[in-house]
Design a protein around this ligand. Sequence first.
Ligand code: NDP
Length: 283
Amino acid sequence: MTARILDGNALAQRLRADFKTRAEALAARGTRPGLAVILVGEDPASQVYVRNKVNACAQAGFHSVRIGYPADVDPQLVFARLAELNADPAIHGILVQLPLPKHFDSDAVLKAIAPAKDVDGFHAENVGALMQGHPRFIPCTPYGVMKFLADAGVDPRGKEAVVLGRSNIVGKPMAMLLLQASATVTVCHSQTRDLAFHTRRADILVAALGKARFVTADMVKPGAVVVDVGINRLPDGKLCGDVDYAAVSEVASAITPVPGGVGPMTITMLLANTLEAAERELR
Ligand code: NDP
């Protein structure tokens, strides 16, 4: 079997064209979706992510502000800026790029973002709303995965879904969304015994561990849909996912590549959340 490749760039492009049209409709009513991105420090990967987010906003016709601070900034300055952004009517979404430097209490920072502008969906209030089944903002990466599945015609209802990883930003919300879509969900982590036993039962396998090519062909059920969230840098500088793409493609029925799979969808869903926040305000 050679898997169908789920192309994140193509899906992202289609969705973003729709967002641009919706942003134009809002502009005609006097509102431009606005996103503020706060970056503390000079981490090169974070700088790239923030740049991509700001560029994506510009392409979709959104307003965006990039706010940078040196790594040793006094956290009180960041809190004060967050309070201003919370009150700024031109800003519908606020995002603080993680990870923050060690002297920051990340939970306190996330809590300082107004829940109605928390487009990453990390505020406890939004996490709780997701858990209760009426989400306000869905965290962007798992939101992108669900869009992928829907676009590929994969209905999780009644399927065995296995999520590798239990982080707050990917694994846990991913599991919750699959559960809400009526899959039977298993969440695996570093303490899981006999991981392959679980992965081989998966009709839908989502890998979010951060371990290069960890999921091998013998761990995958023939015909499974495999979604690779991982982004790992190899010694030669190239990127790869958590799945052994070449070998697993021979077993799975559908697979997302890295790069060009979940990555472009994550930023796309950030745009979706920002747009939805702006539209909600006008309702
Ligand atoms: P974390 O490091 O926060 O979480 C990794 C999870 O994987 C943990 O729950 C950990 O278990 C589990 N894990 C680690 N090793 C193993 C193992 N050997 N067997 C089973 N489980 C294991 O990572 P994130 O969730 O933030 O990210 C995961 C990956 O996704 C990374 O590669 C990251 O770069 C990528 N990513 C990609 C995005 C995109 O847009 N495509 C967006 C966000 C992340 P435990 O809890 O027990 O430690």
